[in-house]
Design a protein around this ligand. Structure first.
Ligand SMILES: [Zn+2]
Ligand SMILES: [Zn+2]
Length: 349
């Protein structure tokens, strides 16, 4: 077995604390990664607090993982010891279904294996990246350019691909007016990507205090979404809007802002269904859709694009000992824009 240590939740109501566990022995297609950094995603908090139901304990969260290959199995050709690599939200899928064959493993029809908290094909419970190492099948490992700060790259593995994939799918680019709803971990990446793809980008936010930052991150315009008159001015003008907000909110004013045939895509996952005025869809044949992370080929493409364009997340690096405090701050949206844990701190106890 591979010996591991990290920080785990022992129940939905206990703080994270140090935890020793084992991972599977390196198999022929596996890569053993010594973890350097792991991002703190809002999903980690939903999961460990069992806010989505079905959580099992103990669970080591973390699915924005950057580290170096320590060892690779005999059938692994893409990686060798010393390589800088990343692991994201999923670590396995069936590989046989239409989605897997299309490189869209996140939509695996059998169900992709999440990086933590679920049984894998070997009967072990997966454990995530708030730990010193991870053993992952090489299909689910990405190569990382050493040109970028590894701490800033970590959030690309979830927040990055979650926003990059829909912006590419709906062909955001020059001569397109694009809206981003919410300026948090996901929203700030959406803004950077949409700006970099050459679109005219409008940031929607509830908070006056975020206007200057949105402009710094690439917004051409910022609209305060509580201002009904400002929202009305945007009516029927957008080619695409990406909604990154996971708290329940009224999406009707945003639907009204879409042009005929344009799409509203949701990447946040509110725990209550929205109320939709169907007239907002019918009268301009608008589309309401959603998207989740991205497939393995597209994740690599996104990482390569970020290396070429020098795009990383804005992060606050913390030691693991500050993780429970960081969770509280994420819940209050008090972070610009992602916490990333420096795993060198694990050995400090
Ligand atoms: Zn995530
Ligand atoms: Zn599949």
């Amino acid at each position: 077995m591979t010996q591991s240590h990290g920080w785990a939740a022992q129940s939905a109501t206990t703080p994270l604390s140090p935890f020793k566990f084992s991972r599977r022995e390196l198999k022929e297609h596996d890569v053993h990664v010594d973890i350097q950094f792991c991002g703190v995603c809002h999903s980690d908090i939903h999961w460990v607090r069992n806010e989505w139901g079905g959580a099992t304990y103990p669970v080591v969260p973390g699915h924005e993982i950057i580290g170096r290959v320590k060892a690779a199995g005999s059938a692994v050709s893409r990686f060798k010891p010393g390589d800088l690599v990343g692991v994201g939200v999923i670590v396995d899928s069936c590989r046989q279904c239409a989605s897997c064959k299309a490189g869209e493993e996140q939509y695996c029809e059998v169900g992709a294996t999440l990086t933590y908290g679920v049984p894998d094909r070997f009967g072990d419970l997966t454990q995530g990246g708030y730990s010193n190492n991870i053993v992952v099948d090489d299909r689910f490992v990405h190569s990382i350019s050493s040109k970028l700060s590894p701490a800033g790259v970590a959030p690309l593995l979830c927040a990055g691909i979650t926003t990059y994939s829909p912006l590419r799918h709906w062909k955001v680019g020059p001569n397109k007016k694009v809206g981003v709803v919410g300026l948090g971990g996901l929203g700030h990446m959406a803004l950077k990507f949409a700006h970099s793809f050459g679109a005219h980008v409008v940031q929607f936010t509830t908070s006056e205090s975020k206007v200057a930052d949105a402009k710094r991150l690439g917004a051409d315009e910022v609209v305060i979404s509580k201002d009904a008159a400002a929202m009305k001015k945007q009516a029927a003008s957008f080619d695409f809007i990406l909604d990154t907000v996971s708290a329940p909110h009224d999406i009707n004013p945003y639907l009204e802002a879409l042009k005929r045939d344009a799409t509203y895509a949701q990447v946040g996952l509110p725990d209550k269904p929205p109320v939709i005025n169907m007239g907002n869809l019918l009268f301009k044949r608008r589309n309401l859709s959603g998207s989740i992370i991205g497939g393995m080929p597209e994740t690599q493409q996104m990482l390569d694009y970020c290396a070429e364009k020098n795009i990383v997340a804005d992060v606050e690096v913390i030691p693991i000992q500050k993780i429970n405090e960081a969770f509280e701050r994420v819940v209050k949206a008090d972070v610009k824009y992602r916490f990333v844990i420096d795993m060198a701190s694990l050995d400090r106890g």
